[in-house]
Design a protein around this ligand. Structure first.
Ligand code: ADP
Ligand code: MG
Length: 220
């Protein structure tokens, strides 16, 4: 099947344990079934340099990372991801699916760290220019459920929480609320999925949203 537009850009958002990685698979399979070529990416990350910046952001370090440094590192990684992964893939007509994008910065750095929306918007303009996702899926889960899921996942994979996963409940509550406020503000782009439900029910919601929101991109 051909896309009528030059590429589609989909971002997947939500707090830790919301089910983003699981949703990425469902969305990828749904689009592949339609014969669409896919590029997947994640933030921070998506290119070699951006993945190196990811390591810096997420690893534990003796030296404290100032919240403005953290903000700039996220945008530095995003700039690489945009210019060396997302834009070339969209240009070649692919559907790009990103595990987190700009809304995560507002949710975590504004909601979580308390940086003003105006400050983040300046960097958004500089780094994104006019790029924005065509569709953003916000997997909304209660903080308790999200945390319980990552605890299970960490035990299964024998992993320690990264620098951001180890934040307190209040931090994630603020992040979740900021995500929900953005979904209300940009309700033409961001669609909320109730991610407290079973994986099967979440997948059903995803498929309904994809059919409804993406049909205009497919040639008959
Ligand atoms: N709807 C769901 N119900 C129950 N468990 C889920 C659901 N979605 C994801 N999980 C499980 O919870 C853990 C976190 O999901 P994951 O997709 O890795 O979340 P994220 O990428 O948002 O951090 C994984 O072990 C996953 O299998
Ligand atoms: Mg994930």
């Amino acid at each position: 099947m051909q896309l009528t537009h030059n590429g589609i850009f989909i971002s997947v958002e939500g707090i830790e344990g919301a089910g983003k990685s699981s949703a990425m698979l469902t969305i990828t399979n749904w689009l592949k079934d339609k014969g669409i070529s896919i590029t997947t990416t994640r933030e921070p990350g998506g290119t070699k340099i951006a993945e190196e910046i990811r390591q810096l952001i997420l690893s534990h370090n003796e030296e404290n990372i100032h919240f403005i440094t953290e903000l700039l590192l996220f945008f530095a990684a995003r700039s690489q991801n945009i210019h060396n992964c997302i834009l070339p893939a969209l240009k070649s007509g692919n559907a790009v699916i990103a595990d987190r994008f700009i809304d995560a910065t507002f949710a975590y750095q504004q909601g979580g760290r308390g940086i003003s929306e105006e400050t983040i918007s300046i960097l958004e303009k500089l780094v994104l220019n006019d790029l924005k996702p065509d569709l953003t899926i916000l997997l909304d889960v209660t903080v308790d459920t999200g945390m319980a899921r990552i605890k299970n996942r960490a035990e299964l994979n024998k992993q320690q929480p990264d620098r951001i996963e180890q934040e307190k409940l209040d931090f994630f509550t603020n992040v979740r609320n900021c995500y929900l406020q953005r979904a209300e503000k940009f309700n033409d782009r961001i669609v909320i999925v109730d991610a407290n439900q079973s994986l099967q029910d979440v997948n059903k919601q995803l498929e309904t949203i994809l059919s409804k929101k993406l049909s205009k991109y497919f040639a008959k």
